[in-house]
Write a protein that binds this ligand. Structure first.
Ligand code: FMN
Length: 179
């Protein structure tokens, strides 16, 4: 049941020094390209990175929140061809979360590193920096990088008592229950 996976799911930023197997990697790629997209335009482009030096370079793409990538044995850079869809951000985001969930289903840990709209210390764009590392053409834009590996930390799922049911309305905004 997906709900059981969701009850356990957390963002994992610490990884064992152990590669993700090629079988697991293939499943993650299959999950990614099975993502739904608006009007079936499938604008996403994924760059699968295992090279340690390249991953370290990616971990320096922005000032905060990407350093954890350096210890990930696998990084999936989620991009999209902006010429294929006006809602490529939504499509790329859905693919990114599907990768995150597929990783959890494989017993792997993963975490999203936001790149679109993020900057480096000198104010330059994280996306431009990544484009330089990965040879991305101009019409391919980066949404996020998902760092993936065998979890080195255990985190409990969010407790039922912490869930924000107070942000759910019924029938009309602000009506917090049916009673
Ligand atoms: C759109 C989005 C952007 C995120 N960007 C980052 C990021 O740049 N760096 C990071 O360490 N975590 C990032 N995260 C992970 C969140 O910090 C994490 O999901 C949140 O703190 C809740 O923790 P949980 O996923 O364990 O429930 C991002 C998550 C989302 C959905």
């Amino acid at each position: 049941m997906l709900i059981e996976l969701l009850r356990k799911r957390r963002s994992i930023r610490q990884f064992e020094d152990k590669p993700v197997s090629s079988e697991q990697c293939d499943i993650l790629i299959e999950a990614a390209v099975r993502s739904p997209s608006s009007r079936g335009f499938n604008p996403w482009e994924f760059v699968v990175v295992k090279d340690k030096n390249r991953i370290v370079q990616l971990s320096q793409a922005k000032s905060h929140g990407a350093a954890f990538l350096k210890n990930a044995p696998l990084a999936m850079v989620v991009c999209a061809d902006t010429s294929k869809s006006d809602v490529w951000i939504e499509d790329a985001s859905i693919a990114a979360i599907i990768i995150h969930l597929a990783a959890a289903d494989l017993g792997l840990g993963s975490c999203w590193a936001q790149m679109r709209l993020r900057t480096r210390d000198d104010g330059s764009s994280a996306s431009d920096y990544i484009a330089g590392i990965l040879d991305l053409p101009e019409h391919i834009q980066v949404e996020a990088i998902i760092g993936i590996g065998h979890p080195a930390s255990e985190m409990d799922g969010h407790g039922a008592n912490t869930l924000l049911y107070n942000q759910v309305s019924y029938e009309k905004f602000g009506q917090r229950s049916y009673s």
